[in-house]
Design a protein around this ligand. Structure first.
Ligand code: HEC
Ligand code: HEC
Length: 339
């Protein structure tokens, strides 16, 4: 959808949802079921949010190779950083910093987004400038704020390591080359799903898994219109939105990083000024601080600002607290263990 079509769809959605706030209550509404596509998914509730699949099909050899590449500092220009340096499992898949560190020690660019569930996005990066994992990884490898390296240095480095040579030829008939490096890294990242959050268990029809307040928070999330942008399996990651919808976000909050201008930074199209990819809200309780500039510490404040700038209304504190309770149910499991 282009931006203007999106704006139209958005205003229609808001006018439907925002008028219906007093109607929310804490009892589950008459849930209907979707047409079953897989036996195990057959009882998923019909909601704007879908559960993360319980399993993904990945090639374990490529995943092991991708993991090794992801953790290898030898892929960075000065040997100081690996992909893992900024995407840590004990920090919700990000780094817990306000802004991501820069390899050259220079100006920091943006907050580091989570690496969990990235196989399920259709747009990558805060500006949604790539729509494949392979494309995004290449951009980060080459970026001065990423690994600051390039293929003419990386490929000979890998060819000089007999373990890499063996691992690549076991998974790829043509061995080590640029496409296979990107493919193995992407396969590893696709394996990083976090299914089975309490909210997903609710969506799969499990009873009594949410408290009354958490359920109430979800009803508010829908009735305020949050789900018009934060929807699908990841509650985001699949559309663009402007931070400037109802008020002048960056004029009022102050400009902090170069990316504040949104997609305009890359496209130089005025329609893209202040336009960002809607981020996922999966595991959001673990990935503070929030927003592309890491400017917000608490989920309560993030919800408050979303109300003001995206929905044009002040959300009362009691409602903010319930919405946060709902957001806390979105923390999933990684390899069967709670995150
Ligand atoms: C210096 C810290 C740092 C390192 C090292 C790093 N990343 Fe990231 N990563 C970031 C930041 C910051 C972003 C957001 C970039 C943007 O939107 O412009 C990001 C975004 C991503 C995304 C997109 C997530 C989303 O929400 O769309 C993926 C996937 C990713 N990185 C994978 C990798 C891979 C693969 C490597 C190694 C090649 C890597 N990262 C190395 C900081 C880092
Ligand atoms: C018009 C689309 C839209 C609506 C409606 C919307 N959001 Fe957002 N949301 C975004 C965008 C875009 C961002 C990223 C903003 C940024 O980083 O500058 C975001 C960011 C967030 C974040 C921080 C995510 C992170 O990883 O840093 C949270 C939490 C959030 N939204 C919750 C909500 C809640 C709760 C509501 C309803 C009260 C809501 N949003 C309504 C588009 C929307």
């Amino acid at each position: 959808m282009n931006y203007s079509t999106w704006m139209l769809a958005f205003s229609l959605l808001i006018s439907c949802w925002a008028t219906n706030l007093s109607a929310y209550d804490f009892t589950p509404s008459g849930a209907t079921t979707l047409a079953p596509n897989k036996a195990q998914e057959s009882s998923i509730l019909s909601e704007p949010i879908l559960p993360i699949p319980l399993h993904v099909e990945v090639d374990q050899g490529k995943v092991a190779l991708g993991l090794r590449l992801f953790e290898d500092k030898g892929l960075s220009s000065d040997g100081s950083m690996a992909c893992r340096s900024c995407h840590l499992f004990n920090k919700g898949g990000g780094d817990g910093e306000v802004l991501s560190p820069s390899i050259d020690g220079g100006e920091r660019a943006t907050n580091t987004p989570t690496i969990f569930n990235v196989g399920l996005y259709s747009l990558y990066g805060w500006l949604g400038m790539s729509n494949t994992l392979e494309g995004l990884s290449e951009a980060i490898i080459k970026s001065k704020k990423g690994l600051a390296n390039d293929w003419p240095a990386i490929i000979p480095y890998l060819q000089g390591d007999s373990n890499y040579v063996r691992q690549f030829s076991a998974s790829y008939p043509d061995g080590i080359n640029v496409n296979n490096v990107k493919d193995a890294m992407a396969e590893y990242m696709r394996s990083l799903i976090t299914p089975n959050s309490r909210f997903d268990r609710y969506l799969r029809g499990e009873e009594m898994v949410l408290t009354k307040e958490e359920f109430g928070g979800y009803q508010l999330f829908k009735s305020y219109g949050c789900a018009s942008c934060h929807q699908g399996e990841l509650l985001g990651g699949n559309m663009f939105a402007s931070n400037n919808l109802f008020r002048e976000f960056f004029i009022e909050e102050g400009q902090s990083v170069k990316m504040d201008v949104g997609r305009y930074k890359k496209t130089k199209d005025e329609n893209d000024r202040y336009v960002f990819r809607v981020p996922s809200l999966r595991n959001i309780a673990l990935t503070a601080p929030y927003f592309h500039d890491g400017s917000v510490e608490s989920l309560e404040d993030a919800v408050d600002l979303m109300g003001i700038y995206m929905l044009g209304r002040k959300i009362p504190e009691a409602h903010q607290a319930l919405i946060v309770k709902f957001l806390n149910t979105l923390t999933g499991e990684f390899k069967g263990e709670p995150l």
